[in-house]
Design a protein around this ligand. Structure first.
Ligand SMILES: CCCCCCCCCCCCCCC/C=C/C(=O)SCCNC(=O)CCNC(=O)[C@H](O)C(C)(C)COP(=O)(O)OP(=O)(O)OC[C@H]1O[C@@H](n2cnc3c(N)ncnc32)[C@H](O)[C@@H]1OP(=O)(O)O
Ligand SMILES: Cc1cc2nc3c(=O)[nH]c(=O)nc-3n(C[C@H](O)[C@H](O)[C@H](O)COP(=O)(O)OP(=O)(O)OC[C@H]3O[C@@H](n4cnc5c(N)ncnc54)[C@H](O)[C@@H]3O)c2cc1C
Length: 664
């Protein structure tokens, strides 16, 4: 049966132009071309094989990652790939590695926080990988609370140097990727002390290892923090521990765009806001949102293809059994995830635009949109990574028993992905930062503007309440604006409730702490509103290709109505929908699922993932699942011998009742 497309009948059912949808997914014809070429290049090169990751020991796994990273670099140099193509190549190599932090955080930190001079000195070295960098912020004792970091950087005006020091065990840097075994340099975050005065946390470029023999420099203690969740998975990364014992660095290795220390020991603050020290995190959070759609679409692609292959029950007159994708329960779990993958793709695109816009403004010393960018990236990073991590696990369950096999690709994808809910800011901590989005819910807003802010919000809410009276079964089906109003009303109501409750506290901090769980829920409602509204905006653009826009309309409705159904308590209590409307929304969802069904395989084909990237027998393009599963089982190291190692020591004595005399 080799070469037969077992999903051909599914592909023939599709009602839209898949190639046009591929362009929409990629973002542009150019982006599609780059992605398509590079993914095929990686898939066809045996140097990038990854099917044995879960069976390797940590040491073998890590060495293999080093080999792949070096091979990837050689490929990039030999083929003279552009920056965009090189980034795509690393993406499709699909193995977390020190290079993620070098390109993803170390370089952006220097670009964002370094002066022109510092950029000129360090960036060429980093671009050529003559130095390898990591981002050393988190410590054993503090991650979320950046202001609580304990590492110190004390200025010594005699020698024009900073002395970087770890004064306590809890000040040890802990977690930075690439630090454990590879990085030669770090952007280390430390409390700046000048002339006995503290000036908060700043970034410093610190060399960690010799460029000759890779040994740690004087005063540096560095190593890996140990095995992490799952086999293979994120264990390809050398997350590290680092202690400084009075390590001296030249003064010009403090990143000085935000503030400077002069050789006389004067601390000077630029006009730029202090928060720019956190700028790298804003950048990375934005990329993590884009990455969420990749991880979720990958899991959804696997689960959708397998659901079309898998059959259980329902045979009539000896005919084939029912494809599990035809069960309404399967559809109601799978299709909202498919819709979410598309929704996250578009919100990722929007956030990329927002970030580019902020960056441009920053260059012109316009810092006005920084708080919005921070709130949006923080909130949307939290929303999309939580939904994606949960979605991957749901996809595993949607694949039944076989989903639990490593060869399904889902266990490793889950293990690699879940830390996204924690790194770059714990998701709950980040939701608490969502204050400046479309409404005001912070304690300062309530207290500084007093009752006025609450009144404004209340009247805004009331007007939404009135307009959304028009929300009915018909508008649910046809009107995006009715849906959007429902989401706006819900978000506004939750914010107003928080604001009113906050104003009952004499002490704002106390009120904020007491109501933080409600604030988090209001933040989620705001983030969902943004995702829905940006999906709707996307549909207002011209989208070429037969049936493409119609498919996206269906997915947009599914995304919004699924959330409305899931959070109907919130929506009902806004009074903008009645229980009858909630029931109608549910009926509408069922009908939308029927519309997606014939197009489901084509909608995941539009992601254009190679079998190499998917890394899943259940999700393979041709759907020839069973022979591949059978063949893969026999390749497991445990099946190398028919009688296992250990038989004579442990099984035979059991069977022969000789266990008391056996040497265990
Ligand atoms: C199968 C194989 C698959 C393979 C796939 C491979 C793909 C892998 C690719 C992914 C790679 C990703 C690698 C990830 C590596 C991870 C790296 C890290 O985790 S680095 C460390 C990140 N750390 C954090 O994120 C810490 C979280 N904490 C914070 O961000 C902040 O400290 C805080 C915002 C929570 C602090 O809050 P608070 O105390 O209120 O802040 P401050 O007082 O310091 O701030 C006052 C003021 O500033 C505003 N603010 C805060 N942050 C920012 C910001 N970033 N930008 C702009 N403004 C900011 C804050 O809101 C306050 O504003 P105000 O107006 O005064 O209220
Ligand atoms: C795989 C991985 C890679 C990483 N890579 C890097 C790296 O390259 N560089 C780097 O510097 N760091 C890195 N980190 C560290 C990461 O950024 C931190 O772990 C993350 O910011 C969370 O901080 P924490 O560990 O201190 O969590 P904690 O803050 O200790 O969180 C523990 C719990 O407390 C809750 N909590 C904390 N504060 C509050 C609050 N104010 N209100 C309510 N609840 C709260 C959280 O919600 C969470 O449930 C990495 C982490 C992981 C897992």
């Amino acid at each position: 049966m080799e070469g037969v497309d077992h999903l051909a009948h599914e592909r023939n059912k599709s009602e839209f132009d898949v190639d046009a949808m591929k362009i929409v997914w990629a973002g542009s014809p150019h982006a599609f071309d780059v992605s398509d070429r590079i993914s095929k290049l990686v898939a066809s090169d045996p140097g990038f094989r990854k099917d044995n990751r879960s069976t390797l020991s940590r040491k073998e796994l890590f060495k293999n990652t080093l080999r792949k990273a070096a091979y990837a670099w050689k490929t990039i140099v030999d083929l003279r790939l552009s920056e965009e193509e090189a980034a795509k190549l690393r993406f499709y190599v699909d193995e977390p590695a020190f290079t993620d932090l070098h390109w993803g955080m170390f370089i952006p930190a220097i670009k964002g926080q370094g002066t022109e001079e510092q950029q000129q000195k360090w960036l060429p070295l980093a671009y050529k990988m003559q130095i390898i960098g990591c981002y050393a912020q988190t410590e054993l004792g503090h991650g979320s609370n950046v202001q609580g970091l304990e590492t110190t950087a004390t200025f010594d005006s005699q020698t024009d140097e900073f002395i970087i020091h770890s004064p306590t065990l809890t000040s040890s840097k802990w977690w930075p990727g690439g630090l454990g075994k590879v990085a030669t340099h770090a952007i280390a975050y430390a409390r700046l002390i000048v002339g006995g005065r503290e000036h908060g946390v700043h970034g410093f470029i610190v060399q960690l290892r010799s460029l000759e023999d890779h040994s740690p420099l004087l005063g540096i203690t560095v190593g890996d923090i140990g095995m992490k969740f799952g086999n293979g998975a994120y264990n390809t990364m050398d997350n590290g521990v680092l202690q400084f014992d009075h390590v001296r660095i030249p003064r010009n290795q403090m990143l000085m765009r935000v503030s400077q220390v002069t050789c006389e020991g004067k601390y000077k603050q630029s006009d730029v806001p202090r928060q720019l020290v956190y700028g790298t995190m804003v950048y990375v959070r934005q990329t993590i949102v884009a990455d969420a759609s990749c991880a979720l679409s990958r899991a959804v692609c696997i689960a959708t293809r397998y659901s079309a292959v898998r059959r259980q029950f329902g045979s009539q007159n000896g005919g084939p059994e029912t494809q599990v994708i035809d069960y309404k329960t399967q559809q109601s779990r799978l299709f909202p995830l498919l819709a979410s993958a598309y929704a996250f793709r578009f919100i990722g695109e929007w956030l990329k635009w927002l970030y580019a816009d902020v960056t441009q403004r920053l260059q012109a010393n316009d810092f006005s949109t920084l708080p919005e960018a921070h709130a949006c990236t923080a909130g949307l990073k939290s929303l999309t990574t939580t939904a994606t991590a949960d979605g991957i696990e749901e996809c595993r369950k949607l694949c039944g028993g076989h989903g639990y096999l490593c060869s399904s690709g889902l266990p490793e994808l889950f293990a690699v992905y879940v830390p996204a809910c924690t790194y770059e800011g714990d998701n709950t901590v980040l939701l608490l930062q969502v204050r400046d989005m479309s409404c005001k819910v912070s304690h300062e807003d309530c207290f500084s503007a007093g009752v006025q802010a609450v009144q404004q919000e209340t009247s805004r809410y009331n007007s939404l309440y009135d307009s959304s009276r028009a929300f009915n079964a018909m508008s649910l089906r046809c009107s995006k604006s009715a849906l959007l109003e429902a989401f706006e009303a819900r978000a506004a109501r939750m914010s107003v409730a928080c604001a009113q409750n906050l104003s009952n506290f004499d002490n704002p901090e106390e009120g904020f702490a007491e109501l933080s769980a409600d604030l988090v829920e209001a933040a989620v409602a705001h983030c969902q509103l943004i995702v829905v509204s940006k999906f709707i905006e996307k549909l207002q653009q011209e989208i070429p290709g037969k049936g493409v826009k119609q498919q996206l309309e269906v997915l947009c409705n599914i995304y919004a109505l699924f959330l409305l159904h899931k959070h109907q308590g919130d929506f009902l209590s806004t009074g903008c929908i009645t229980p009858k409307h909630a029931a109608l929304a549910n009926d509408e969802l069922r009908s939308l699922y029927s519309q997606v069904r014939p197009n489901a395989i084509a909608l995941v084909d539009a992601f254009n993932y190679t079998d190499h990237y998917l890394g899943s027998i259940l999700g393979c393009y041709d759907g020839n699942v069973y022979p591949k599963l059978y063949e893969a089982a026999w390749k497991d190291p445990l099946n190398e011998s028919v009688v296992p190692d250990g038989y004579h020591l442990y099984i035979r004595p059991l069977l022969k009742q000789e266990i008391r005399t056996a040497r265990l």
